[in-house]
Write a protein that binds this ligand. Structure first.
Ligand code: FPP
Length: 228
């Protein structure tokens, strides 16, 4: 008998919403709307698989310079995503967030998103299955600098364990596989510390077209097949 494999951690850089829209003659905002729906479907698919953690790059510290209307639209989609409580509860999935802490200098998460994040975390906290972590107002170098500074200020000698313990959410385990869509082969300042040993799955498909079959292809990079 094959012993059950421990649940894996998949991290997604959801790229190509704009290209998906352009190819269809639609405004970029439509691409983001389709991207949020694709994410909701991937969360449902992940909850049915041996995936314990799904971490997604929702909005980076660099994304704030996009046109105001686009930023506003992406923010409204985050509100929608964080509002999918009933769906998350029905899949026994909990939600978490990583990014620049709301009360720290430089943080840019607006109050209505802070509220949606806090509510989603509280309303899904008792679920024991998939942990969906959304990176919002997130940048990995900022996370690493902050973690290092916290260790230095504490007076302890800086060690890998102490850096890990000072990440935005230290309970997030190392990533097993990173997915990047839309033909880009860059990591773009996402989870640099946590992906040290990860496999990377690049696909030409734009994020709104990323589906459960592609998720299975990504997982196959890390999971031995049951028949093996
Ligand atoms: C890249 O597409 C995607 C983003 C800017 C962030 C991801 C946002 C979504 C998937 C929308 C909803 C998601 C959440 C978490 C609510 P792009 O605009 O860079 O595409 P392009 O490179 O083709 O222009």
């Amino acid at each position: 008998m094959t012993s059950p494999q421990p649940p894996i951690h998949v991290a997604c850089i959801m790229d190509g919403n704009g290209r998906w829209a352009r190819r269809r003659g639609l405004p970029r905002t439509e691409g983001h709307t389709a991207g949020e729906e694709a994410l909701a479907a991937i969360v449902r698919a992940a909850a049915q698989r041996n995936i314990g953690w799904l971490t997604v790059f929702g909005f980076s510290t660099e994304n704030w310079v996009r046109p105001r209307t686009e930023v506003r639209h992406i923010l409204s989609l985050h509100k929608k995503l964080f509002g999918r409580i009933a769906e998350l509860n029905s899949n026994n999935s909990s939600i978490r967030w990583i990014g620049r802490p709301f009360d720290e200098p430089g943080a840019l998460t607006p109050p209505f998103i802070q509220k949606a994040i806090n509510k989603a975390i509280a309303d899904t906290a008792t679920n024991t299955g998939l942990v969906l972590t959304v990176a919002f107002d997130y940048g990995s170098r900022a996370e690493l600098l902050r973690a290092s500074q916290r260790v230095i200020v504490s007076g302890d000698e800086i060690t890998p364990d102490l850096v890990s313990a000072n990440m935005y959410d230290p309970s997030i385990p190392p990533v097993d596989v990173v997915v990047r869509t839309s033909g880009e082969s860059r990591i773009s300042n996402f989870l640099l510390w946590q992906i040290a040993g990860a496999k990377v799955y690049f696909t030409e498909r734009t994020w709104p077209d990323f589906n459960a079959a592609e998720l299975d292809a990504a997982i196959a990079l890390v999971e031995p097949k049951v028949s093996q």
